[in-house]
Design a protein. Structure first.
Length: 416
C-alpha cells in the first residue's frame, strides 16, 4: 500500500521505517525541514531506529521524507503521529486538526486514516472525523475508514521491541476496524481489537495514569520514610517478593517525558470538562510529582548545611538530565526544575549528560563527569543512572552524593 505517516518523531519514524521494511511504500511527512533533511541523508535522530535501517529503506525507495503536502496524494492509509501537548492544563489538539485538514485534502474513496497521537476519549470521532469529512466532502464509514490505535513506544526498552509490543486497534465501524487491523497485523506480532475508538483512547490513558499514580505514591512515601526510620528501597524489595498483587515502582526526582506528566491530565481535563467533577487521584498524583524536585533540592541544601557550606556558594553537579534512564529525550525532565531551583538559590550548577550529543543545548552549564569535575563539586546529585555513567568513579571521587536511584552506597552517599 501507499502509506503516509504524518509526524516523524519518536512515534512516527519507527512506524514508517517498519512499514517500509515489511513492503509498503511509505511517505514520512513532517513540517520540520531540518528533520526531513536529516532523514533524507539517512541520519536517524530516534534511538529506536538505527541509521542503517533508515538508509536501507531509503536506498530501496520504500521510504521517503518530505515537507511537501502534495506528496501525500494517492495514499491508501495515513497514520497521524503528531504531538498533543498540554497548554496551561488544556489539551492542545491543533497539530491533529492541522494534519487532518492536510490529509483531508488528499483523501479519496476507500482510503483510511488512523490516529495514534495520545488524546482524550472522543477525539477520533468528535474532532478528527468531522474535519476529514468537511475537508474531503466524503463520508466516514461510507466513503473512507477511520480509527484509533494508541502508540506504545518505550524508547530504550530492551525487553519489549516496537513490533513485539501488542497493538490496540479500533475503528469507527466494522469495515474500518478490519482494514486497520489488517495493516497493523503486518507490522506487529499481536494486534488487539477493541469495540471502538473511545475504548482505545481511554485504554492508553489508563496505562499511563496507572503508572503516574503508583510512582506518585512511592515518591510521597520517599519524602516521609526517612523520618520514620525506614529504608524505603529495602521495603520495596521486600514487598516485591510477593508473587502476586504487587507491581514494583521506585522513587525518583519526579516524572518526565512525553507521557506521564501529560497523558493522565488529558483524562482529568476531559472528566472536569464533561462531568464537572475532579479526577482526584490524577490531580493529587500530579501535585506530588511536581514537587519532587523541591524535595531533592531540600535534601541537598540540608546536607550542605550539615557540612557548613552555604548553598549560595556551593558547586553542584547534576548527573543524568534526560527524562528517563538511558533515554535521549529532555522533554519535561525533572532535572530542569532541580537545576532552576538550585540556581535560584545562588549555587554554581553544572550538568553531565552522556546520552545527549555534544553541542546540544542543556538547561545548565554542560560538563563531562570526569574524576576532576566530580571531585570539585560540593554535592553530586545522581538523577538518572544511565548505562554510560561511571558510578564507581563517581562514588570514589565525590565529596557527597545524593543518589536518587539507589545505585551507590558508602559514607559519602545518601539515597533519596
Amino acid at each position: 500500500m501507499q502509506i503516509v505517516v504524518a509526524g516523524q518523531g519518536y512515534v512516527g519514524l519507527p512506524l514508517a521505517v517498519r512499514a517500509a521494511e515489511v513492503g509498503h511504500r511509505v511517505v514520512g511527512y513532517d513540517v520540520d525541514p531540518h528533520r526531513v533533511r536529516q532523514l533524507a541523508a539517512g541520519d536517524s535522530y530516534v534511538e529506536d531506529v538505527a541509521s542503517y535501517r533508515l538508509r536501507t529503506v531509503l536506498g530501496g525507495r520504500a521510504y521517503s521524507a518530505t515537507t511537501d503536502a502534495a506528496a501525500l496524494a494517492g495514499y491508501d492509509l495515513a497514520v497521524i503521529t503528531v504531538p498533543t501537548p498540554l497548554r496551561d492544563g488544556v489539551p492542545d489538539l491543533t497539530y491533529i486538526e492541522a494534519c487532518a485538514r492536510t490529509l483531508g485534502e488528499h483523501l479519496r474513496p476507500g482510503a483510511t486514516v488512523v490516529l495514534e497521537s495520545t488524546t482524550y476519549p472522543g477525539t477520533t470521532e468528535d474532532v478528527l472525523l468531522p474535519i476529514l469529512e468537511e475537508t474531503s466532502g466524503l463520508k466516514g464509514g461510507v466513503d473512507f475508514h477511520v480509527g484509533f490505535s494508541p502508540e506504545r513506544i518505550a524508547p530504550g526498552n530492551k525487553r519489549w521491541s516496537f513490533e513485539g509490543t501488542p497493538k490496540l486497534v479500533s475503528g469507527i465501524d466494522a469495515m474500518s476496524l478490519e482494514v486497520i487491523k489488517e495493516f497493523y497485523d503486518g507490522i506487529f506480532h499481536t494486534t488487539v481489537p477493541v469495540s471502538g475508538p473511545r475504548v482505545a483512547e481511554l485504554a492508553k490513558l489508563i496505562e499511563n495514569t496507572f503508572r503516574l499514580i503508583n510512582i506518585s505514591m512511592i515518591n510521597e512515601l520517599a519524602t516521609l520514610t526517612d523520618r520514620l526510620g525506614v529504608n524505603i528501597w529495602e521495603a520495596i524489595e521486600a514487598a516485591g517478593t510477593k508473587p502476586f498483587g504487587f507491581t514494583r515502582f521506585t522513587p525518583g526526582p519526579g516524572v518526565g517525558g512525553h507521557c506521564l506528566p501529560v497523558d493522565p491530565l488529558f483524562l482529568s481535563w476531559k472528566i472536569r470538562e464533561d462531568l464537572g467533577v475532579p479526577f482526584r487521584f490524577v490531580e493529587l498524583a500530579d501535585d506530588v510529582n511536581r514537587h519532587m524536585p523541591d524535595f531533592v533540592v531540600q535534601r541537598v541544601v540540608d546536607a550542605l548545611d550539615r557540612r557548613g557550606i552555604p548553598v549560595g556558594t556551593a558547586r553542584i553537579l547534576l548527573l543524568g538530565l534526560t527524562c528517563k534512564i538511558n533515554a535521549t529525550d529532555l522533554r519535561n525532565s525533572p532535572s530542569a526544575r532541580v537545576a532552576e531551583l538550585l540556581t535560584g538559590l545562588g549555587a554554581d550548577v553544572r550538568g553531565a549528560e552522556p546520552n545527549i550529543p555534544d553541542g546540544a543545548e542543556l538547561t545548565v552549564r554542560r560538563v563531562d563527569a570526569t574524576p576532576e569535575e566530580v571531585a570539585a563539586a560540593d554535592a553530586v546529585v545522581l538523577l538518572m543512572d544511565h548505562a554510560l555513567s561511571d558510578l564507581p568513579m563517581i562514588q570514589q571521587n565525590a565529596a557527597w552524593v545524593l543518589d536518587c536511584r539507589n545505585r551507590m552506597s558508602g559514607a559519602n552517599v545518601e539515597v533519596l
